[in-house]
Design a protein around this ligand. Structure first.
Ligand code: OGA
Ligand code: NI
Length: 348
């Protein structure tokens, strides 16, 4: 296995593969047959939650959110209060960045040590099968903002405003998630480190792919962190969520923000809330842009099942671990289904 100091092979930008006009994708992107995106359900969708209903019909809405966290690990939020212009601007500014010339993007090339910056692979295993995407990983820690792109010039301002809005949404949802578990409303926010939550963003760019049936834009994975706020592409679907042994294609509502439970919330809730596997399929005719904003616990806090939720009937399923320790696994191995949180289960 490679170390987290450097990439094991020269990194190839997927967009340049896409633009080369080749009709056959390189072998390194061809998934084993069982991982390819064969048939999936398109007549079902993940739950839609209207956040404005939280003040109008509180009980019903809280219950809908509880069911979504338990049964789906995913829901889409509408009427979330984030200005629609800001939502569009945030996404489109990243599209603009990905269309900058290669020399500009290469200035921000990332390393597996922190992942910050422009990159095209996750994981450092030599010879690994890769995903059909390029991304930009942005850290919101105040001392780490040096690796933000300087172009487009309004990116910084837009992404700061966007972050403030998502922080507000995150705080609201953590309250709902806490109350729904029978905890004080500030419980989960404190378990995440209070005001010190650590947030980061991955802007994903999925270029057109000449053989979309053979590969994936992002392999099946569950998000390692706390809660993810995903802003999907306005025109192009691609996200699929696992439901039992089926894959459901998410059909985003206009200006919706998709919320999903990450592994750390599954651990804290002792598996009452599910961190569910998802993946991205690519498209032969259209590129796709999405922004995944990760609302994570502070790196060095111990995360373990909340004592109030541990009883003789529901013993602790996971050992304590810091988010930092947990995350180094996915950073080394790349996206790998739900293997990690499940493999950490306490022996019975
Ligand atoms: C992610 C992710 C989904 C998407 O970045 O973790 O799951 O639709 N993205 O791009
Ligand atoms: Ni994800």
């Amino acid at each position: 296995m490679g170390s987290l100091g450097e990439w094991p092979e020269p990194v190839v930008c997927v967009q340049s593969l896409s633009e080369s006009g080749e009709l056959v994708i390189p072998d390194q992107y061809v998934k084993p047959p069982l991982e390819r995106p064969f048939s999936c359900l398109s007549d079902v969708n993940i739950p839609v939650i209207d956040l404005a209903d939280l003040s109008v019909s509180r009980e019903v809405t809280m219950k809908k959110i509880l069911e979504a966290c338990r049964e789906w690990g995913f829901f889409q939020l509408v009427n979330h209060g984030v200005r629609t212009e800001l939502v569009d601007e945030a996404r489109e500014i990243w599209r603009e960045f990905f269309h900058e010339p290669m020399e500009v993007k290469q200035k921000y090339a990332n390393s597996p040590k922190t992942y910050e910056g422009f990159g095209s692979r996750l994981g450092v295993e030599k010879g690994a099968i890769l995903d059909w995407n390029d991304y930009y990983y942005l850290n919101y820690l105040s001392h780490c903002r040096t690796k933000w792109p300087s172009q487009p010039s309004s990116l910084r301002e837009v992404m700061e405003e966007y972050s403030n809005e998502i922080l507000r949404l995150g705080a609201t949802l953590l309250k709902v998630f806490s109350i729904n578990l029978g905890l004080k409303e500030d419980y989960l926010q404190n378990a995440f480190g209070g005001r010190d939550v650590e947030t980061c963003l991955r802007a994903n760019f999925y270029p057109k792919c000449p053989q979309p049936d053979l590969t994936l834009g992002l392999s099946s994975h569950s998000d390692p962190g706390g809660v993810t706020f995903l802003l999907p592409d306005k025109q192009v679907c691609g996200l699929q969520v696992r439901k039992g042994d089926q894959w459901i294609t998410v059909k985003p509502a206009c200006h919706a923000i998709i919320v999903n439970i990450g592994d750390q919330l599954q651990v804290l809730s002792n598996a009452a809330y599910k961190s569910v596997e998802h993946r991205v399929v690519v498209n032969p005719n259209k590129e796709r842009v999405s922004l995944a904003y990760f609302y994570n616990p502070k790196n060095d806090l111990l995360i373990q099942p909340i004592s109030k939720l541990v009883t003789s009937q529901t013993p602790a399923l996971y050992p304590p671990m810091t988010f930092n320790e947990y995350r180094s696994f996915i950073r080394t191995k790349g996206p790998h289904g739900k293997l990690q949180v499940e493999s950490l289960k306490c022996p019975r």
